[in-house]
Design a protein around this ligand. Structure first.
Ligand code: FES
Length: 109
């Protein structure tokens, strides 16, 4: 079993905002959006299920309004807390990445 990886400290993620981090993997790694609501952190692949584009409008900058994240490409809207598709051209939700918060740090298992 490998040790958990520290992705960032919780306070590095703006409350009601997002931070983009890269998780290394054997195949080159992938980008993850960490979104915070108070002490809760939600993580998803930075890939829109509509056409596979990144959700940010410039690298690391995301449109987040009223607990929803809006894909910059065509406006698909997803719930921050569940990744569920709420509107726009998406037919499925964001792919969740398992993370946990421990001692003020966001960890990937
Ligand atoms: S790629 Fe995200 S809405 Fe089209």
């Amino acid at each position: 079993m490998s040790a958990a990886q520290v992705l960032c400290r919780v306070e590095e993620i703006p409350d009601s905002g997002a931070l983009s981090v890269r998780i290394p993997s054997a195949t080159g790694g992938f980008e993850v959006i960490l979104m915070r609501q108070g002490e809760q952190v939600f993580a998803y692949h930075n890939e829109c299920p509509h056409q596979g584009r990144n959700l940010d409008y410039v690298p690391g900058k995301f449109l987040i309004r009223n607990a929803s994240i809006i894909c910059a490409a065509h406006g698909a809207t997803f719930a921050v807390s569940t990744g569920e598709c709420l509107g726009g051209p998406c037919r499925s939700g964001l792919q969740r990445v398992p993370v946990r918060v421990e001692a003020g740090q966001v960890l990937a298992p």
